[in-house]
Design a protein around this ligand. Structure first.
Ligand code: PLP
Length: 403
């Protein structure tokens, strides 16, 4: 008897934890030390969880052994409502907030609840690939709109408009962006909202990096610009509070909810089918949102994240044939390998060869649904000197690399 994976998975792809990982594991088992620059997991790079969050969770643990309300505990949802109010999202009630085991679970639930077979979702290219994967898994069709590297990686609104059909149901906006680090100005967001308004699209706003912005960049929550549209905003503790392993996130519904009543019933049913999110991690939310926001110091001049972003960006641009738009937010850089200099036809092979030769693991651009094999993503989470050394090794590797 052979058990085969469901055909539903045949088109689903998630490269961040893809096949290259097995090679990296094999190298480690053989005694090599591998620098893992593939997953945005702050804990791996010396970032501690804020003490008040850990202490609060420990304090609440004896009371966290039962199932909770399937949307999540009231005190945490209240804390999310307050956060929304302070960010200009009006008219949010505790019933508009759903907690989840990370944003990942909520992204999956939100698409499962929305899509009929063949429904289209506009997703950025490059994207955080979970969006493409869950859309496919839910029977939908991911349609990628291009982000323009020559315009600070902002979405190309003409391209987006040209891809809207009568099957388009929603547009995904990842801001600040993974993998490009772009932070979108208000005009760009208004342009997206105009299209959503004209074509009756739901806006799916992945804003998990909303507090991780550098320089003069300002993050505008897209829902605050569109009280007349149904917007689902996703946020969580994984990045801003460096507790990715707790698996704690939220989803907030704003706009004319009366036009989404039936959809929200479906979403609520999916929330109750999973019974509830992990209870101890829900208790972390109130402590996190009410506590000191140390992320702002990390991103300010002199802050660790800012210094690392600077170092990665400077060093990448020093490699011949490599150029990198300066990330204005999030925890990544997405450099370009000039095809006239670096002839790479298969970027997964490039990533594998880099791993085997230099013991550095990055993710190929096509893993983010970027259409050409001429980019890769690197984390800006390691200490600046470690990044410096890693990027030098990538430069050395590239100087002799041919496919
Ligand atoms: N959305 C984006 C853009 C991400 O980069 C990530 C994780 O890297 C997630 C969602 C998932 O986050 P969580 O840990 O809350 O599931």
């Amino acid at each position: 008897m052979e058990f085969r994976q469901s055909s539903k998975l045949s088109e689903v792809c998630y490269e961040i934890r893809g096949p290259v990982i097995e090679q990296a594991n094999a190298l480690e088992e053989a005694g090599h030390s591998v620098l893992r620059l593939n997953t945005g997991n702050p804990a791996l790079f010396g970032f501690e969880a804020p003490e008040e969050i850990v202490q609060d969770m420990i304090r609440m643990l004896p009371r966290a052994h039962g199932y909770t309300d399937s949307r999540g505990i009231l005190s945490a949802r209240r804390a999310v409502v307050q956060r929304c109010q302070s960010m200009g999202l009006t008219d949010v009630d505790v019933d508009d907030v759903y907690l989840g085991n990370g944003v990942s679970e909520l992204i999956s639930m939100a698409t499962q609840a929305l899509l009929e077979d063949g429904d289209e979702v506009l997703i950025p290219a490059p994207d955080y690939p979970l969006w493409t994967a869950v859309t496919t898994l839910a029977g939908g069709k991911p349609v990628h709109y291009l982000c323009d590297e020559s315009a600070d990686w902002y979405p190309d609104l003409d391209d987006m408009a040209s891809k809207i059909t009568d099957r388009t149901r929603a547009v995904v906006v990842i801001n600040p962006n993974n993998p490009t680090g772009a932070v979108y100005p208000k005009e760009v967001l208004d342009g997206i909202l105009d299209l959503a308004r004209r074509h009756g699209l739901m806006v799916l706003a992945d804003e998990i990096y909303d507090q991780i912005v550098y320089d003069e960049a300002v993050h505008h929550p897209i829902a605050s610009l569109a009280p007349d549209l149904v917007v689902l905003t996703f946020g969580g503790l994984s990045k801003t509070y460096r507790v990715a392993g707790f698996r704690s996130g939220w989803l907030v519904v704003t706009g004319p909810k009366q036009h989404a009543r039936n959809y929200l019933e479906g979403l609520t049913m999916l929330a109750s089918m999973r019974l509830c999110p992990n209870a101890p991690a829900q208790y972390a939310i109130q402590a996190a949102l009410g506590g000191r926001q140390s992320i702002h110091e990390l991103c300010a001049p002199g802050g660790r994240l800012r210094e690392q972003r600077d170092r990665a960006w400077e060093k990448l641009n020093e490699i011949p044939g490599v150029s990198c738009v300066k990330p204005k937010g999030a925890l990544y850089a997405f450099p370009r390998l000039d095809p006239a200099v670096h002839k790479i036809h298969d970027d997964e092979k490039f990533v594998l060869d880099l791993l085997l030769r230099e013991k550095i693991q990055v993710v190929q651009g096509t893993g983010f649904n970027w259409p050409r094999p001429d980019h890769f993503r690197i984390l800006t989470l390691p200490y600046a000197d470690d990044l410096d050394a890693a990027v030098s090794r990538i430069g050395r590797f590239l100087s002799g690399y041919r496919q």
